[in-house]
Design a protein around this ligand. Structure first.
Ligand SMILES: Nc1ncnc2c1ncn2[C@@H]1O[C@H](COP(=O)(O)OP(=O)(O)O)[C@@H](O)[C@H]1O
Length: 188
């Protein structure tokens, strides 16, 4: 794929904080390494990693508007945590801004926070990379990093368990796709 990564990074830098920029490059790096281990397309993994949080700092009203105006995005997102909105919106925005038309990249960005049932290999890789990239620090992250080297599905399931536990602890609504994603990984 002929996409100028330096251009994507420069555009990302204009949209996000320094911390988020470093996180995004960490996700790109980790996704690349996971793609090498699990034989996915590493150039797609890098592009999705760089761009997954592209709209993270857009105002909530703008994100909600983009979801309402989109025929591609699930409208029920609007009934849940606004933290879930930036991935789906970024997956639409990158099509317009960068003419990225690759469905695998688009879906990996769209579902990087929630996951979903029947995730593709690239979706799993980007979602897990977001959880374990080097600047992430939370209890248990090293254990997930270890599992990630051996078993992609198990590592992602443990990551979703952590997210679900976090939401329960905070008494927050759980967007059901994450539960579905987690159950699906247990079945596989
Ligand atoms: N199923 C879900 N339902 C509701 N909120 C969720 C769900 N999954 C993740 N979140 C929220 O999204 C946040 C993580 O977003 P994420 O995109 O992974 O982080 P980042 O944007 O920092 O890479 C969690 O802290 C949680 O608040």
């Amino acid at each position: 794929m002929k996409i100028d990564l330096e251009y994507l990074k420069a555009e990302l830098k204009k949209e996000v904080t320094e911390h988020r920029y470093i996180h995004s490059l960490g996700v790109a790096d980790t996704a690349k390494r996971l793609a090498q281990i699990y034989q996915a397309d590493s150039s797609k993994a890098v592009i999705a990693g760089i761009l997954h949080d592209f709209t993270k700092f857009w105002p909530k009203e703008e994100l909600a508007k983009r979801i309402r105006e989109s025929k591609e995005l699930a409208q029920d997102l609007l009934d849940y945590n606004a933290e879930l909105w930036h991935g789906p919106v970024a997956s639409v925005v990158i099509q317009e801004w960068f003419d990225i038309r690759d469905e695998e990249i688009i879906m990996a960005i769209r579902y990087h926070t929630s996951g979903r049932e029947q995730m593709s290999l690239l979706e799993k890789i980007v979602c897990l990379a977001d959880y374990i990239e080097p600047s992430r620090q939370f209890p248990g992250v090293d254990e997930i990093r270890k599992i990630a080297e051996q078993d992609l599905d198990e590592a992602l399931q443990v990551a979703f368990d952590g997210t679900i536990q976090f939401l329960i602890q905070k008494k927050m609504k759980i967007y059901p796709l994450t539960v579905k994603a987690r159950n699906d990984l247990l079945k596989e």
